[in-house]
Design a protein around this ligand. Structure first.
Ligand SMILES: Cc1cc2nc3c(=O)[nH]c(=O)nc-3n(C[C@H](O)[C@H](O)[C@H](O)COP(=O)(O)OP(=O)(O)OC[C@H]3O[C@@H](n4cnc5c(N)ncnc54)[C@H](O)[C@@H]3O)c2cc1C
Length: 387
């Protein structure tokens, strides 16, 4: 039996695309190699921009009921230790809040909603897309030891950073300067700054940056990340740099009982600063599979959701016209660029400036820190549309 749409990957991007498609009356099979709930290495910061998109899919009540830990303040610490703080709700036009939610809890909510909306979920590992005459006509999937070919009119590759769909359709990898690596862990006994996201650019951990984000009751998600090309140039491991960060007096003094660290994992990020093809004959890539992470903040959930909703709309039109060729689906690439490219360019410019001119960052943060109005403007420029 041919399915209308197969979505590979039930993370936020895949589940949102599945939801948007079933809401428009389509038959959707949602595949993931894992069962939910499942963890995903992440900073766990869910910006208000992402929450707004989930509200638009009808999830407002569920999100309010889930009573997630909200964040409304932001702190940025410069290489020399100057600090600027800002209100994340400053100038916000919409009703949504930003949250910090371990992905173990967040992703299952979005995946469950897709299923309750009408998508069929199946645990299966996709090994490759089926390509005939240059067109994607389905996926090959393994489940319970059996291999099955599932045919579909359209395939959405939402299978994250290691996407098998992207690897087959777009074999060239992103350049190292458009990729990043990061280490994430949880800490159970820290003097947290309630409801505040903290980002650190200390000189001793450059060209990396670290974050501490509270999840309530003295617990936090903590991590350190770096652009991949810079990581290859340094002779220090992420673990060594993290140890330096944890040992710095302003950080170390906040640990109670020595700080209990757990669930340490490494993750990769595909940054949206490289322009790549995301539409193919019979298939689209969304979220991390499409390389859409903000190159400055490392945030990818909102952009993943933006791409998911656009993909669903384009596929809805294409199915109605019975034309899922690249010529018809190409519009997706264009709409992704229209929606995200100026933000990506600005973020990439800011990221390169931070790396090249740390003294400028000190100056800006010191200037912003001494004037709360300017601090708001600085943070809003850096966080534009993410917060
Ligand atoms: C250390 C780190 C910190 C980050 N911090 C933040 C942050 O604070 N805020 C933010 O917004 N973003 C953050 N990001 C980015 C964010 O995690 C991603 O952008 C986001 O998870 C993308 O969602 P997705 O649905 O596209 O992919 P994913 O969430 O990765 O989901 C992909 C799904 O596909 C499934 N899958 C993979 N391969 C297959 C296969 N072959 N067959 C079947 N299923 C498959 C996986 O099991 C998974 O469930 C961070 C990333 C890292 C690495």
């Amino acid at each position: 039996m041919e399915r209308e749409v197969v979505v590979v990957g039930a993370g936020p991007s895949g589940s949102a695309a599945a939801t948007a498609l079933v809401q428009q009356g389509h038959d959707v099979l949602l595949l993931d190699q894992q069962t939910f709930p499942r963890d995903k290495v992440c900073g766990d910061s869910i910006p208000a921009g992402a929450i707004e998109l989930l509200y638009a899919l009808g999830m407002e009540e569920r999100i309010r009921e889930a009573d997630f830990y909200s964040v409304d303040r932001f702190l940025l610490c410069s290489p020399r230790g100057y600090v600027v703080e800002a209100d994340l709700t400053y100038g916000r036009r919409f009703g949504a809040s930003s949250y910090v939610v371990p992905r173990l809890h967040f992703d299952v909510l979005v995946q469950q909603y897709a299923v309750e909306s009408g998508a069929e979920f199946r645990q299966a590992q996709v090994t490759e897309p089926i390509v005939e005459d240059g067109r994607v006509v389905g996926v090959r999937a393994r489940s319970n030891g059996a291999v099955e070919d599932i045919r579909a009119k359209v395939v959405i590759g939402a299978d994250g950073i290691t996407s098998v769909i992207a690897r087959r359709l777009r074999p060239d990898r992103l350049e190292d300067r458009h990729r990043a690596v990061a280490l994430r862990l949880y800490i159970d006994d820290i003097d947290e700054r309630p409801h505040q996201l903290e980002y650190y650019l200390y000189r001793r951990i450059l060209p990396g940056y670290a974050w501490i984000v509270p999840i309530g009751e003295g617990r936090a998600n903590l991590g350190l990340g770096m652009r991949l090309d810079k990581f290859r140039e340094t002779d220090r491991s992420l673990e060594e740099m993290l140890a330096i960060f944890l040992d710095m007096p302003p950080i170390n003094k906040r640990f109670r009982n020595g700080g209990r660290l757990h669930n340490i994992s490494v993750g990769q990020l595909n940054l949206g600063s490289q322009d790549i093809q995301r539409a193919f004959d019979g298939a689209l890539l969304v979220g991390d599979a499409a390389g859409l992470i903000n190159p400055l903040t490392g945030g990818g959930i909102r952009n993943g959701l933006v791409s998911a909703v656009l993909a669903a709309d384009i596929i809805h039109e294409a199915l109605a016209e019975e034309d899922v060729s690249l010529t018809r689906l190409w519009k997706f690439d264009q709409l992704c660029r229209d929606s995200l490219r100026s933000d990506m360019r600005r973020a990439y410019f800011a990221q390169r400036s931070l790396l090249r001119f740390p003294a400028l960052v000190d100056m800006l943060v010191r200037w912003g820190g001494s004037n709360s109005g300017l601090g708001h403007i600085l943070i809003r420029k850096l966080q534009r549309r993410q917060a």
